[in-house]
Design a protein around this ligand. Structure first.
Ligand code: URP
Ligand code: ZN
Ligand code: ZN
Length: 471
């Protein structure tokens, strides 16, 4: 383990600007920032000096929506905590927040314990947990208090979709929100009207509409907007902080923007797939190819302008986080479960390795600024989920989670080169202007020269505080 590392000559980026600084790291933490050359005298005492000339030095990415090993759709997400966190590190993400699972009839504490068992000793980068509450009852509500107050798990995902799996009805949502409001905890909402979707799905299948693209056609934007609005109203009644996950449509964005304009504690994330992939070009690929793009909320029609709306919302802060919703399934034996019936295709896309690069393309194309890139991918997720200033910023005392990023480098995304445990890539062939060069996790160099130099087990569990955005 290196004790002292100096990063010289780079442009240090933050959510508020960019400045030429040298960064001195001592052990796990950032010791100091100095003007270029300031640490010349301590250079001989350093174990490593990294030359970042011509490169960006950014706080490590924080991906607050991943599903390693999730049992879902009759199978399990194909990345383990080991493979998924190594892949994340390759892409410049140094913290993830994954979802522990509780289903109806199960004990929330057991669900959390199972997730600790999956992750403990297996992660290459630091990790925290949200808790899925799939069965809101008295015991689950009591457990929400235990998790928030004693376990460092301060956010709870509820589902308005997937009846019979994770679904909560409005009464259950109301009760969970009342509990969250009392605790100051955040409710994360999968906002789609599941019972209505299930009817549309059954009707489509009866008509013989079985191809992957019907996944999107049976989950219309109206049913995302309606659920988003309902969740916001329930949050208003209960005063619970609300974070809408995987927002995909301009309709939902408008509903969120209106609530935020009225001062509500309502926040939202989107994901790379909604910014770049579409119903026409991806989900409608011939044969069964579209199955690779089945996720929920679904990919939308490019022609309807949802992507423009999402990029705009990332600029206006109506959507303030970009996470991946990394939920990988292989085509073979997994997505194939839905051959001849789109409703049986396991829902999810894996992209934990590519979020930083894909979002950086928004800088290259002029959609967002450099600072906004850092803010959306690192600083805001850290603040939103109680990890700041330990994560999300390059400052004295913060964990030395740092990425050296080369804006003149390039990356070509492919299943042939990625590190995720998937037999395909939803972003196959995408050319990235930019490249992750070196990645440090708590002072340790974990990726260098396109090689993993870290250690499985290096990643530690992150006990999180409450959201730092509540008014
Ligand atoms: O398709 C998705 N999003 N799969 C993961 C589960 C979820 O709803 O986030
Ligand atoms: Zn979801
Ligand atoms: Zn998810």
């Amino acid at each position: 383990m290196l004790a002292r590392v100096l990063i010289c000559g780079g442009l240090v980026l933050s959510a508020t600007g960019a400045q030429n600084y040298d960064v001195l790291i001592d052990g796990d933490e950032i010791a100091a920032l100095g003007t270029p050359g300031y640490f010349e005298s301590v250079k001989p005492t350093c174990d490593r000096v990294l030359d970042a000339s011509g490169k960006y030095v950014i706080p490590g990415g924080v991906d607050v929506h991943t599903h390693m090993e999730l049992p879902f759709g009759g199978t399990n997400a194909s990345d383990t905590f080991e493979t998924g966190t190594i892949a994340a590190a390759f892409g410049g993400t140094t913290s993830i927040v994954d979802f522990a699972v509780q289903r109806t009839g199960e004990d929330v504490h057991d669900g959390l314990a199972a997730w600790h068992e999956n992750a403990d000793g297996n992660c290459a980068i630091d990790y925290g947990f949200h808790q899925i509450i799939g069965g809101v009852d008295d015991a689950a509500l009591k457990a929400m208090a235990d998790l928030t107050n004693s376990e460092g798990v301060t956010s709870f995902k509820l589902f308005m979709a997937y009846p019979g799996v994770f679904y909560s009805d409005d009464g259950q949502i109301l009760r969970a929100m009342q509990t969250a409001a009392d605790l100051g905890a955040t409710i994360m909402m999968h906002a789609e009207n599941g019972p209505a979707i299930d009817v549309l799905v059954a009707q489509a299948l009866e008509r013989g509409e079985t191809d992957p693209r019907y996944h999107s056609l049976t989950r219309p934007v109206e049913l995302e907007e309606e659920a988003t609005h309902r969740a916001i109203m329930l949050a208003k009644v209960t005063k619970a902080p609300l974070y809408i996950v995987h927002v995909s449509s301009s309709d939902a964005v408008e509903t969120i923007a209106r609530a935020r304009g009225l001062g509500a504690n309502v926040f939202a994330e989107t994901c790379p797939q909604y910014l770049y992939l579409s119903l026409e070009e991806h989900l409608s690929k011939p044969g069964f190819e579209g199955a690779a793009y089945v996720c929920s909320t679904p990919l939308r029609s490019r022609a309807e302008g949802h992507q423009e709306s999402l990029w705009r919302a990332l600029r206006t802060n109506d959507v303030s986080v970009v996470s991946t919703d990394h939920c990988p399934f292989c085509m073979k034996d997994q997505k194939e479960l839905g051959l001849g019936n789109f409703s049986k295709i396991p829902n999810g896309i894996g992209s934990v390795e590519h979020r930083m690069d894909l979002l950086y393309q928004g800088v290259v194309t002029g959609e967002i600024t450099l600072s906004r890139w850092v803010e959306l991918a690192s600083t805001t997720p850290a603040r939103m989920f109680g990890l700041y200033p330990r994560k999300g910023v390059i400052a004295p005392g913060s964990d030395a989670d740092i990425v050296i990023y080369d804006p003149k480098g390039t990356t070509d995304i492919s299943v042939k080169t990625h590190h995720m445990n998937m037999d395909h890539s939803a972003f196959e062939g995408t050319h990235i202007d930019g490249r992750v060069v070196t990645v440090l996790s708590r002072g340790r160099i974990v990726v260098e020269n396109n090689t993993f130099t870290g250690a499985v087990g290096h990643g530690k569990f992150l006990r999180r505080g409450l959201s730092q955005y509540l008014v």
